[in-house]
Design a protein around this ligand. Structure first.
Ligand SMILES: Cc1ncc(COP(=O)(O)O)c(C=O)c1O
Length: 439
């Protein structure tokens, strides 16, 4: 059994069905921080943990207007089952959305899914056998790692720096895994405003990563929920705009419209697309007709590009609040400074453990996600993902100030029990400042 397979933890002695669960559920253990997050959702806690979009920046009357029109004009279609591939008109409109990232495609190759999360699940179901390997940036999106594990595949991490995935590390991983006789099924990547690191793959590296994938016959799974949410300049064009046959592209309306509708999509090469439709039908028969028609109506009648601009403005202001609070309260730590998206990746001194520190943080009324959540191999111990998407700029400042107390308290505690002498607090000590630790 691989070292990555967690111990059987899909049930417990109080569960009479403990022995009956499928092997694949071993990866579905509730995370240890889940209980803390229940506490963290109390209003007095500033949560820098979740990745919830700022839906309050979407005027609700626009949504209501679209919903009313759908019900009055196409009510019987909206309430009915639909096609397993998705509403044809919406698939055409999705082409316009993807065109903003340089992608040219045919609506025939778009499969609408229940959020891009479901597309990730379907692609994994199509490709992953137990023991297969998925390559992904280190760190990577926590729920993708959970899905890959639920198909009993292993995630191996490719190092990242401020320009995204490091091609040399990709090459090394492929060579090592091939030499060990392992099967790499795909490379999962979030090239723009990555979750959780906030970094963006440079144009040169996009070309190089695709070249490496091509040379090694490795399919690329490009997950792009944040690409349109840039603060100033757009990110380089999507990988799918450069390479068609070797890339499955995932998009979503969760961040540019609203996640409550649960509408995302996959754009896949023909043969894969066929299998995706069958898998989609097997899983949900058809994605929600109502949600798709409302989004289609919204795209048709509302200036959705202006709304995306509004979201960008909101997130930019919040990102700036977070970066300036970090500079003020935690000046000796290092962090990434994203050019879009929702997340900052913070690096603590190496002797701190962000997961162990979380109960203290929640007690101090601030929550974050520990870095280990984003690694399949225990990495990220001294990292934290901070989300700036949901709290107001004022709350972000308060949250970061509380985080300073938490970190200093933790250092004091370690100092008390340490044999090695004093470790100064983060606000008055200069750590040798390494580049952001992303591996
Ligand atoms: C990288 C990434 N992929 C996929 C998703 C899932 O998005 P949805 O299912 O809402 O489209 C998220 C959500 O946060 C994400 O950050």
């Amino acid at each position: 059994m691989s070292s990555q397979n967690p111990p059987q933890s899909s049930g417990n002695n109080l569960d009479p069905w403990y022995g009956n669960y499928a092997d694949r559920t071993a990866g579905l253990a509730a995370s240890e921080v889940r209980a803390l997050f229940a506490v963290a959702s109390r209003p007095e806690v500033v949560s820098l943990a979740g990745g919830m979009p700022a839906v309050s920046a979407l005027p609700q009357e626009l949504v209501v207007e679209s919903m009313n029109r759908v019900m009055s004009e196409q009510g019987s279609v909206a309430l009915q089952y639909g096609s397993g591939q998705g509403v044809p008109k919406l698939r055409e409109q999705i082409l316009d959305v993807m065109a903003m990232e340089g992608i040219k495609a045919s609506a025939d190759d778009v499969v609408v899914t229940t959020g891009s999360q479901h597309a990730l699940e379907l692609v994994s179901k199509l490709f992953l056998n137990p023991g297969d390997v998925v390559l992904a940036e280190g760190p990577s999106y926590v729920t993708a790692i959970v899905i890959f594990r639920s198909f009993q595949a292993e995630t191996h991490h490719v190092a990242m720096d401020e320009y995204g995935m490091v091609p040399e590390s990709l090459r090394e991983n492929i060579a090592r895994l091939k030499a060990a006789g392992r099967t790499i099924k795909f490379l999962y990547t979030i090239p723009s405003f990555q979750n959780p690191a906030g970094v963006t793959l440079s144009w040169e590296r996009r070309l190089e990563v695709l070249q490496i994938a091509r040379e090694n016959n490795i399919l690329v799974l490009e997950d792009n929920p944040y690409g349109l949410l840039h603060f100033d300049a757009p990110p380089p064009p999507a990988l799918r705009s450069i390479e068609q046959e070797g890339v499955i592209y995932l998009g979503t309306f969760s961040k540019t419209f609203a996640p409550g509708f649960r509408v995302g999509w996959a754009l896949a090469p023909h043969a894969i697309r066929e299998k995706l439709i069958l898998a989609n039908e097997a899983a949900v028969l058809s994605p929600s007709s109502f949600s798709q028609l409302v989004i289609s109506q919204y795209l048709d009648t509302i200036d959705w590009r202006a709304q995306v601009d509004r979201f960008r403005g909101v997130y930019k202001e919040r990102k700036e609040a977070m970066i300036s609070a970090l500079a003020e309260y935690l000046p000796n730590l290092s962090w990434t400074d994203p050019a879009g998206g929702f997340y900052v990746w913070l690096t603590l001194p190496p002797y701190l453990d962000s997961k162990q520190m979380l109960p203290r943080a929640v007690k101090e009324l601030v929550a974050y996600t520990p870095g280990t959540a984003f690694y399949a191999d225990g990495g990220g111990r001294n990292n934290i993902r901070l989300s700036f998407c949901y709290p107001t700029p004022e709350s972000i400042r308060i949250g970061v100030r509380r985080l300073q107390n938490v970190i200093n308290g933790e250092i004091d505690l370690l100092e008390t029990f340490s044999q090695t002498g004093p470790m100064s607090t983060v606000s008055d000590r200069t750590f040798s400042a390494p580049p952001p630790n992303l591996d």
